[in-house]
Ligand binder design. Structure first.
Ligand code: OGA
Ligand code: NI
Length: 350
């Protein structure tokens, strides 16, 4: 029966192949050949930055140098000693898993393809709409300031709001702390963006990638860069792959306990006038176990435009980017198919 109709429209949210546990990959889930993920990919050499002592002036100088190098050469780094207890990370992952294990009716009220919804359960990118589908389930939720949004979040499992809320607050604080080091590394000073991020948006995406029977044919997410200034990723097992700046091949980002990945997003590339580059990444699947990741995207307010810092624009470095806001990004993805290669960043380049 499964074989009869395998076009995207046969897999609406709630009834996708990944939710139904298909034993084969339907035609509309097959990624373009050039995008497919190798399962035996070489490990990426991702800088591992120890944030311990970031408030101590001499240590801070070293950390800022390491962050500057990573933003310039890798578009991604990992952080340890970030100050977030392991129990907060584990609590968020375990309540995420409990949420996706709920019966369909508990999740149905969040199901939506409208990218403007502040809380939504979805599958793929835009399910049933985009040409190619992805083997992914997600819950996306606005998270900052927490008291404005938490009332809209799922209230089952019973500890969801408390555990995910604790995680969200910790990520927002960490993102500001890291962004302060980044703007300092750009010569803009540590508080250049602080109040704009405090008044900005945080989108928490909880991703669930069920086992895929033919992981070499499909993807969890297609190649993309994040629209954000900064993205902080927690992965419970490997699957994230990044495009190496040097040799332009995909490499696997290791998953280590207690370690968080920090991505340079499109809006940081814009702010830095191209000095730092956002990192292109995708998600590979596996046939054995469900993989979870929690992705925290940090940007300015919904309608606040990000532009290249005036201090980084001069005759030798003309402004390379148009200004844009988070809303501009949402409007872009509602009309474009990232799985087909559309890139928000490309629309910003002058
Ligand atoms: C994302 C993303 C990576 C992952 O949600 O934008 O890149 O490992 N996720 O799930
Ligand atoms: Ni991403």
């Amino acid at each position: 029966m499964e074989e009869n109709n395998e076009s995207s429209s046969s897999f609406p949210i709630g009834q996708t192949a990944q939710e139904r546990g298909f034993s084969h990959v339907p035609e509309c889930y097959k990624a373009q050949y050039s995008d497919r993920a190798r399962l035996d990919t070489e490990l990426a050499d991702v800088p591992l930055i120890n944030l311990d002592g970031i408030c101590n002036p001499s240590r801070r100088e070293i950390i800022i140098e390491e962050i500057a190098n990573a933003c310039r050469c890798n578009g991604l780094f990992q952080v340890v000693n970030h100050g977030i207890p392991q129990s907060v990370l584990d609590g968020a992952l375990s309540t995420a898993s409990d949420f996706f294990n709920l019966p369909a009716q508990d999740k149905a009220k969040f199901m939506s393809n409208d990218v403007h919804n502040p809380v939504r359960y979805g599958t793929s990118l835009k399910d049933g709409v985009d040409k190619v589908q992805f083997w992914r389930i997600f819950l996306k939720q606005y998270a900052h300031p927490l008291q404005d949004w938490i009332v809209l979040w799922p209230d089952t499992p019973p500890d969801y709001r408390q555990k995910m809320g604790e995680y969200a607050v910790a990520m927002q604080k960490l993102a500001v702390k890291i962004m302060e080091a980044i703007t300092e590394s750009l010569g803009l000073g540590p508080t250049y963006l602080t109040s704009k991020l405090d008044d900005g948006m945080q989108v928490l995406v909880v991703n669930c990638y069920p086992p895929c029977p033919q992981p070499e044919l499909s993807l969890g997410l297609p190649p993309h860069s994040d629209y954000s200034c900064l993205t902080i990723v927690l992965q419970d097992s490997p699957g994230l792959q990044i495009l190496d700046f040097e040799d332009k091949t995909y490499k696997a980002v290791p998953a280590m306990q207690g370690v968080l990945q920090v991505h340079v997003g499109d809006h940081l590339e814009v702010l830095s006038n191209g000095k730092y580059k956002s990192v292109v990444h995708k998600v590979r699947l596996n046939s054995e176990k469900t993989r979870f990741s929690i992705v925290s995207l940090h940007s300015l307010g919904m309608d606040v435009k990000m532009e290249a810092a005036k201090e980084l624009v001069d005759e030798d470095h003309p402004n390379g980017y148009r200004e844009s806001s988070f809303r501009d990004f949402l409007n872009f993805i509602s009309k474009n198919d990232i799985g087909e290669g559309s890139s928000f960043l490309n629309t910003l380049k002058i």
